[in-house]
Design a protein around this ligand. Sequence first.
Ligand SMILES: Nc1nc2c(ncn2[C@@H]2O[C@H](COP(=O)(O)OP(=O)(O)OP(=O)(O)O)[C@@H](O)[C@H]2O)c(=O)[nH]1
Ligand SMILES: [Zn+2]
Length: 375
Amino acid sequence: MTKPLDVSPGPNQPPPPPLIAVDRAVAELRRGAVVAVRGADSRVAYALAAEAATADSLAHLTTLAGTRPCLILSNRRAAVLGHDVAAPAARVDLPAGIDPLTVAWLADPVARDVPQPDLTKLTMQPVAAGSVPAASVALAKLARLLPATLVAVPTAGALLLSGVVVVDVAAIEEYQQTAARSLRKVSEARVPLVDAENARIVAFRPADGGIEHLAIIIGEPDTAQPVLARLHSECFTGDLLGSLRCDCGDQLRGAIAEIAQAGSGILLYLSQEGRGIGLVNKLRAYQLQDDGLDTLDANLQLGFDDDERIYLPAAQMLRLLGVERVRLLTNNPLKVEALAAHGVVVAERVPHVFPANDHNQGYLRTKATKGGHLF
Ligand SMILES: Nc1nc2c(ncn2[C@@H]2O[C@H](COP(=O)(O)OP(=O)(O)OP(=O)(O)O)[C@@H](O)[C@H]2O)c(=O)[nH]1
Ligand SMILES: [Zn+2]
């Protein structure tokens, strides 16, 4: 007996308050404003994205807190600067304090016109997981900014100003999972595609109104059988512009054509641009690659992990569509493992390889030799 997909819209859910707090804090960081991050012990520190540091914003942060701000870097960025810390983040200590040029030099490997500051007295201290400074770096990542912040702990007498957005460490840590679990189907339409005329797009939105993920459904998948599926991470440059730096455009159109040829299946189009670091940071990573770094090291140089994606949203979308088993079009074993860990049975991995071109040979080689991709 065949079992069709469930594409009906889900019920509206009120957004969980922690999601809202994180969204507000993200917007504040992105516009260069100060936010207050509150730890499990209710103590608060003020934070500013390093990317937004100016003489004025640093002075404002210092006045608010009544203490000098410290620069917090991810452990990846600290390692690049020669300081290995056994913690998720590191606090930079400079006896003379910190100024915007030093912040730029330390936090942003692409800021090349910045003169190297005197770093002879620079030390770094590990910043524990679950702490306010570590969470501030995670918040900068959620904001798709460089993973570096300026943090100032208010003096005992300093009052928490009204108007400053307050966000809890736990809300930051749980944000991605909570947002993924809150996804619901919001709309659906028939969209005939050049390679798959019988196609529909279903949009999934998290309860906080965050960015939607899409399912492109081709034909009439039968969920009683493993469904031919592809998890495709958004790539503006490759998917839309036909960039030759990667294989994404070929993989996207190739998957649609292959699914159409097979009769039916699903392509999940996941809003995880740049392996989860965002388009702006991916462009920074491209600059570093033009200087000789490979695609994975460029991420590390910027302070990110080599791959920041999570696949709970994909598993959740499949679940909402009624799909429990898939035949997965991918060369990436991590996608297979991640789906399985989230309870989706990967009955088969279907290779998804396309010919290299003059511009993406190195990229594909790195994915195979260092990224564990199966070519
Ligand atoms: N950070 C970064 N992201 C990149 C780069 N090149 C491509 N990407 C991103 O990498 C992702 C590629 O996604 P996928 O093709 O779904 O994933 P994959 O890990 O290659 O796995 P399969 O294609 O399934 O084998 C997209 O989000 C691209 O935007 C790069 O040089 N740096
Ligand atoms: Zn791409």
